[in-house]
Design a protein around this ligand. Structure first.
Ligand code: ADP
Ligand code: MG
Length: 439
């Protein structure tokens, strides 16, 4: 009987979204099977209702295939397990254990996270950490630029773990909240309580760890918290917009601990992922967006998904305020102020001029064949910016940099793109040049 139900579950696992499967289907057990009926045991009346509304059909079909014919399905709610009554620690609940409860956004779940090439590794790692906390990827370090979904994934982990283990104490907070709470406890002479809150956790999820940079006392405290949880096999997940090694003013021992588990990065989304995200969000919010508007939004907003959502909401709001339908004309009008880059027409000459000024070069230096480093790097940065900002083709860019081949432009673009992530000098040079270009 149990084997039969396991086989059915395996089949269901392939059909049902992982988050829903883990939260609702996996906990179901079987208590009886006859020629006409199968009895399933569910953890609560709530989950029974949810399953009946959402997956009764899938379950019936899996059972029918497994048993070679249809069966009536009935549910019984499991009696509360005695084991849970003898928890040694004070009762842990979502609300009680957190130092100061942080409200999670109920919309940030694995189900609502749209997957694409740019984020699938981070998604899969986060899901693993949620399904097998403390097992494999510990600590898990999620790294990615602003607005790319780090917080969304981190909160998804929290919600899934709490769905599965309602009694666990899972703490989600950003590193600056850690700092604030620590300082306030310190002032009240309650460091012991502060330590206990953290050290009794089952899961610690810290968002934006970069904010503890330059705060030695907090880092010291965090180091001990980290170690205790880690050695007790508790899952720790950290997010940041920088790699551990690039966070300045961070103690080396923390840096090396952060890098000791799995580092998963989230890249900016490609066009298809952006389109899929807009579609999903439009559907969730009940917006009706024409295809060309969806494409326009995806193309206009470069990478930040928060910005993408904001632009979509703006277009919808304008349409409703003005009482006009959502179309491309409206979308262009609304986003004109936000995205005037295209209208600004920043071209190659302007980029070359700005780079020359910024690096103090002579007008022809960018075109010359001189490969010394103080010229080669600015030249590569200039090519990179031309590729990123303008619509000029690779051969065209090569041509205006002293008749170079298009493969040279590709090489320069790739090299700088990679260096931005690790080389702070190049990063700040590019930021400064962009500022001069008013980008
Ligand atoms: P970060 O913490 O990396 O700055 P967030 O997690 O706050 O970014 O994401 C910004 C917004 O974009 C949120 O509203 C989030 O729901 C949304 N978002 C990001 N990535 C995705 C995705 N892959 N699918 C759906 N929504 C996403
Ligand atoms: Mg965030």
């Amino acid at each position: 009987m149990h084997q039969f139900w396991d086989t059915c579950k395996k089949e269901l696992e392939r059909q049902i979204d992982p988050h829903n499967f883990i939260s609702h289907i996996e906990p179901i057990t079987i208590s009886g099977i006859t020629d006409s009926e199968v009895t399933l045991v569910v953890p609560s009346a709530f989950s029974q209702g949810w399953i009946e509304r959402n997956h009764l059909r899938d379950i019936a079909e899996a059972i029918s295939r497994g048993a070679g014919g249809e069966r009536k399905i009935s549910f019984v709610v499991a009696a509360p397990r005695a084991k849970e009554a003898r928890t040694p620690l004070p009762v842990k609940t979502k609300q009680r254990k957190t130092a100061a409860p942080i409200r999670l956004n109920p919309l940030y779940t694995f189900t609502s996270f749209v997957r694409g090439k740019s984020n699938e590794f981070a998604y899969a790692s986060a899901l693993q950490a949620a399904v097998n906390p403390g097992a494999k990827y510990n600590p898990l370090y999620l790294y990615g630029g602003v607005g790319l979904g780090k917080t969304h994934l981190l909160q998804s982990i929290s919600q899934l773990i709490l769905d599965k283990h309602p009694g666990w104490s899972v703490l989600y907070l950003s590193s600056d909240q850690f700092v604030t709470q620590m300082i306030s406890r310190m002032q009240k002479g309650q460091m012991e309580e502060f330590r206990n809150t953290f050290r009794n956790l089952d899961v610690l999820l810290i968002d934006d760890i970069q904010f503890i940079a330059g705060k030695p006392a907090t880092q010291e405290e965090f180091f001990h918290t980290f170690n205790e949880l880690f050695h007790a096999g508790k899952q720790i997940v950290i997010t940041s917009d920088q790699f551990p090694k690039d966070i300045k003013k961070l103690e080396d021992r923390l840096r090396s601990r952060f890098a000791s588990g799995l580092i998963a990065d989230i890249q900016p989304p490609d066009l298809e992922t952006k389109i899929a995200i807009i579609r999903t969000k439009a559907e969730t919010n009940g917006y009706k967006l024409p295809e060309d508007v969806i494409h326009f939004l995806a193309e206009t907003v470069k990478s930040n998904i928060r910005e993408l959502e904001g632009c979509m909401a703006r277009v919808v709001a304008f349409s409703s305020l003005k009482g006009v339908p959502i179309d491309l004309v409206l979308a262009r009008e609304v986003l004109h102020d936000v995205y005037s880059n295209a209208q600004k027409h920043i071209g190659i000459p302007q980029i070359q001029k700005t780079i020359t000024e910024y690096f103090g070069l002579k007008p022809n230096d960018l075109k010359s064949k001189n490969r010394s480093r103080n010229l080669a790097v600015p030249r590569q940065i200039a090519m990179y910016l031309c590729r990123e900002i303008t619509d000029e083709s690779l051969p065209q860019i090569g041509k205006v940099f002293g008749g170079r081949d298009h493969s040279t432009v590709i090489h320069a673009h790739q090299k700088i793109k990679k260096e931005i992530e690790t080389n702070t000098k190049i990063y700040s040079d590019i930021t400064a040049v962009k500022k001069m270009l008013e980008l």
